[in-house]
Write a protein that binds this ligand. Structure first.
Ligand code: TPP
Length: 329
């Protein structure tokens, strides 16, 4: 429990730091994880780091860290180094998937391959509530159901797909019920309760490795921050709603539980966060000045660079000069 709680705090500290790096113009974009730490770390803790496969979407920072992605690679990715999203230091780990729900078909394939080759372990795949409305989601779910692939699909229902609320996303009564149609095990859990998520994910993994088929877990949570650093949630939701969910914050809840058990000391928490912040700053400093590879985007799409790309390249070079000057200040 302490390890999990620490990872939740580490995840939140990294998240906050990443947002400030982006705001300072030192990182390009970033999807926020604030408020979803129990859904991520709770499910990750059910995973066998060595033999299980992680098939991520793009908003599972706590899971990524658990599975062995380094801060350096995570930061590199959000600084534009696409290759870093393969997380070369981690084992059995697919690259993050921004095309929404495309990863569910990959997860079905990896699960099927494990079964076909009689390899041990399970696949942990992540998707958002919005992702459940995509074609790839249905194809992947259908395939893993038919083939009883050892897959655990964790859906972080954070209530929004950018600005589209869950209520306008699907007429389905809930998301977990979707599993039924594919002959999969389906369960809805309080995604802000670390223990509930862990229990659901551990049971689902057990079913998977015993050959009893894939599972779909709807972890009901809330994205307390913006969709990404380019989003302004005040345009589509109320502060009353945000306040309601703040009361159910997953870190607050696990902290209260640990305090009640006499397992945690709040005085140590501030110190811990300070140590984490130093570690995170040091990791960012290691990668911040690497030569920026975005020019690949310009170079490799066409044999001869078309006019509009040339214009963008000039703008980009201006930006680089600006950034260089800012860094020297
Ligand atoms: C196929 C596809 N369509 C649209 C987008 C743009 N887009 C990025 S994230 C997102 C919303 C995803 O919502 P959800 O699945 O609920 O995950 P969340 O972002 O809330 O974690 C959209 C529409 C995309 N990346 N891929």
């Amino acid at each position: 429990l302490i390890e999990a709680f620490k990872l939740m705090i580490y995840t939140r500290t990294t998240d906050q730091k990443a947002v400030s790096f982006q705001r300072q113009g030192r990182m390009y974009t970033y999807p926020l994880n604030f408020g979803q730490e129990a859904a991520q770390v709770g499910s990750a803790f059910a995973m066998d780091k060595e033999i299980d496969w992680l098939v991520p979407a793009f908003r599972e920072l706590g899971t990524w860290l658990y599975k062995g992605a380094t801060l350096q690679d995570i930061f590199k990715y959000y600084c534009g180094y696409e290759e870093a999203s393969t997380f070369p230091k981690a084992k059995n780990y697919l690259p993050s998937a921004v095309p929404v729900a495309s990863q569910i078909t990959h997860a079905a394939g990896v699960g099927y391959a494990l079964k076909y080759q009689k390899l041990p372990g399970a696949v942990f795949a992540y998707v958002g509530d919005g992702g459940t409305s995509e074609g790839d989601f249905h194809e992947g779910m259908n395939f893993m159901g038919v083939w009883k692939a050892p897959v655990v699909v964790i859906c972080q229902n954070n209530q929004y797909a950018i600005s589209v609320p869950r209520s306008r996303q699907t007429a389905s009564k809930n998301l977990a019920i979707k599993a039924l149609a594919y002959g999969m095990n389906g369960i809805q859990v309080d995604g802000n309760d670390f223990l509930a998520v862990y229990q659901a994910a551990a049971s689902a993994r057990q079913l998977a490795i015993e050959g009893r088929g894939p599972s779909f877990i709807e972890a009901v949570t809330y994205r307390r921050g913006a969709h990404t650093t380019s989003d302004d949630p005040s345009r589509y939701r109320t502060s009353e709603e945000e306040e309601r969910w703040a009361q159910k914050d997953p870190i607050k809840r696990l902290r209260n539980y640990l305090l009640a058990k006499g397992l945690w000391n709040t005085a140590d928490e501030a110190l811990l966060i300070e140590t984490y912040e130093q570690e995170i700053d040091a990791a960012f400093a290691e990668i911040e000045h690497l030569p920026y590879p975005l020019e690949n985007v310009f170079k490799y799409h066409y044999q001869e660079m078309p006019e509009h790309l040339l214009r963008q390249k000039v703008e980009y070079e201006k930006y680089l000069n600006w950034k260089e000057k800012e860094l020297q200040k």
